[in-house]
Design a protein. Structure first.
Ligand SMILES: *[C@@H]1O[C@H](CO)[C@@H](O)[C@H](O)[C@H]1NC(C)=O
Ligand SMILES: *[C@@H]1O[C@H](CO)[C@@H](O)[C@H](O)[C@H]1NC(C)=O
Ligand SMILES: *[C@@H]1O[C@H](CO)[C@@H](O)[C@H](O)[C@H]1NC(C)=O
Ligand SMILES: *[C@@H]1O[C@H](CO)[C@@H](O)[C@H](O)[C@H]1NC(C)=O
Ligand SMILES: *[C@@H]1O[C@H](CO)[C@@H](O)[C@H](O)[C@H]1NC(C)=O
Ligand SMILES: *[C@@H]1O[C@H](CO)[C@@H](O)[C@H](O)[C@H]1NC(C)=O
Ligand SMILES: [Zn+2]
Length: 507
């Protein structure tokens, strides 16, 4: 312990006091104003010139936000499962639902459609069988006859007979819904760790697998997904698609090219039958493979992606690896496979999930830099980006947008209070980013609106305004894989929808 002589302390204090008195004047208010302006102009949308009508709408939103922030149950601070009913009642949310949000750039193929539809429509179709595994999770399958027994599963039961026998189907249907989503009343207790929640997440996908890979359902599911996103005021979609083998009732199967062709046909059909006068409504697939595969399987997947891209240049946008980063293999492990397109002179854009982790300094944490080294077109999640200043600078410099998925990160336990989401920082400095929803059906979210709410109210706080929303929507087109000509067309169309929205809603 060090004891300073009394006189010494006095000397320090008096020097300080003297210094304070010398410049005891309040800071220049103009300087203060200018610093605040500088900060405001750096944030997402901070430099946009806004119209009178936009400013009026912004003032309304500001007032609504003030009210919501005063509430003791501030939705972004709560787990989404608890926040959802509050969000649904919010006037901000209902505006966001109607707001033209542009494109959804990070959504997975089998988590687009609200699970209600899977249960109430799909499982009511004929020939749908169910068995229950030892750990009480369901497996579902369509089959013309009794399917052959599945290991570690009960005997197959025809749902139609089961429902006829029980009479009241509410409990059965609700248990199916619970099997197919992560929703639970008490998420903190049900999912004490990331491992626990990922285990359930993967289980829910496995439960849905036999439904969504049944070819007729595969088609209808995608159509219904387009419809639900369209109803959420989204005009364009880029889907992370596994393109798995699909099956028919007679046991015959279809390959990934069939899947892609089906996406193309259904998109065209959706475009044609909506009877809504819009010029551009298309969607692109990003072919994905699982990051738990080994190097030789990944090699095959990249080759497959190159073939698919050659066969479907208009709708096949590129390649990604999916699955939990923390338990999968790091990108660098796949370097040979990922170098294949370059070596063959093929341009296969990458759209890597990277930095969906809080395990700083691990191999997986290296994915952000590696994704950028492989010239990724966008970064999925980039949750760890703040901890990688070089990756962050590269992403900004090269205009590699981060796909921010707030609800996904919260439900999968990377962050609990969304005001503390790292993308709040990215937003405050205008980093290139888009808002997306990752697996909305699994979380009970729909389209992009719930995630936009969290981004606007939670991440942006009182700083985000109509300019923020406008820039986020424009970013989704700007950073999409559309060609420059289509981007221009899409931006024009979006602008018209936007102006209409603003004029209808600003008072
Ligand atoms: C299920 O959806 C399809 C279209 O996707 C529709 O034709 C059919 O009527 C629906 N069936 C039920 C039972 O809701
Ligand atoms: C079916 O069961 C549920 C829950 O067990 C109950 O709330 C509902 O009223 C029942 N419906 C009918 C028609 O009996
Ligand atoms: C899944 O469904 C089965 C059968 O109805 C049920 O016993 C089980 O509790 C459900 N699992 C979940 C997680 O709700
Ligand atoms: C959708 O329809 C419009 C015309 O109504 C057309 O210009 C556009 O190319 C179509 N998009 C797709 C993906 O078919
Ligand atoms: C990679 O995985 C495949 C499929 O699981 C397996 O057949 C193959 O032997 C594995 N290759 C290596 C080198 O481990
Ligand atoms: C990434 O892009 C740079 C600059 O265009 C190029 O030199 C490099 O070879 C690319 N890297 C890969 C792995 O494609
Ligand atoms: Zn994802």
């Amino acid at each position: 312990m060090l004891h300073w002589p009394e006189s010494h302390q006095v000397a320090v204090v008096s020097v300080l006091l003297c210094w304070l008195t010398l410049c005891w004047c309040s800071p220049d208010p103009r300087l203060r104003e200018s610093l605040m302006q500088q900060e405001a102009s750096r944030q997402t949308g901070g430099r946009l010139l806004l119209t009178e009508a936009e400013l009026r709408l912004s003032a309304q939103l500001h007032k609504l936000k003030e009210q919501e922030m005063k509430s003791s149950d501030f939705p972004p601070a709560l787990h989404f499962f608890k926040a959802k009913p509050l969000i649904q009642r919010s006037l901000i949310y209902s505006l966001l639902q109607r707001m033209p949000k542009g494109a959804a750039l990070h959504v997975h193929d089998f988590s687009m459609v609200g699970v209600e539809w899977l249960v109430r429509n799909v499982t009511y179709r004929p020939h749908c069988y169910m068995c229950i595994t030892e750990d009480q999770s369901v497996r579902l399958l369509f089959s013309s006859g009794q399917p052959k027994p599945k290991p570690q599963c009960s005997s197959w039961m025809l749902l139609e007979s089961l429902r006829a026998k029980t009479g009241n189907t509410t409990d059965l249907d609700n248990s199916l819904i619970r099997n197919l989503t992560l929703f639970t009343e008490d998420p903190e207790a049900a999912y004490p760790s990331q491992d626990a929640v990922w285990k359930r997440f993967e289980q829910a996908f496995t439960s849905a697998w036999g439904l969504v890979t049944y070819a007729p359902v595969f088609k209808d599911y995608y159509y219904e997904g387009l419809r639900q996103f369209y109803m959420d005021s989204i005009m364009y979609l880029e889907l992370r698609a596994l393109l798995p083998e699909t099956y028919e009732l007679d046991g015959s199967t279809h390959d990934s090219a069939w899947g892609l062709k089906t996406y193309q046909d259904v998109t065209r059909q959706f475009n044609k039958t909506r009877h809504i006068n819009v010029e551009i409504e298309c969607s692109l697939g990003i072919y994905v493979c699982l990051r738990r595969l080994n190097a030789s399987m990944a090699w095959k997947a990249v080759e497959e992606a190159m073939n698919l891209q050659k066969a479907f240049p208009e709708i096949m946008a590129g390649f990604d690896l999916v699955g939990r980063e923390d338990s999968g293999r790091p990108l660098w492990y796949f370097k040979e496979a990922l170098s294949l397109p370059g070596e063959r002179g093929v341009n296969l854009p990458f759209f890597f999930h990277a930095g969906e982790t809080d395990e700083e300094g691990t191999d997986v944490d290296g994915n952000l830099l590696d994704a950028l080294l492989f010239n990724t077109s966008r970064i999925g999640h980039g949750f760890a980006l703040l901890r990688h200043p070089v990756a962050k600078a590269l992403s900004r410099g090269k205009g590699v947008a981060v796909e921010v998925c707030p609800i996904s990160n919260q439900v999968l336990k990377l962050v609990s209070d969304l005001r503390n989401h790292p993308a709040a920082v990215l937003m405050s400095e205008g980093h290139p980013l888009v808002i997306s929803s990752d697996d909305p059906a699994m979380f009970g979210a729909s389209g992009l609106s719930h995630d936009f709410y969290e981004a606007f109210v939670g991440l942006g706080g009182m700083n985000s305004h109509i300019g923020t929303l406008k820039e986020l929507a424009m970013n989704s087109i700007r950073y999409s894989s559309l060609s420059p000509q289509l981007k221009e067309k899409a931006l024009d169309l979006w602008q018209r929808k936007w102006d209409k929205f603003v004029s209808e809603n600003s008072q």
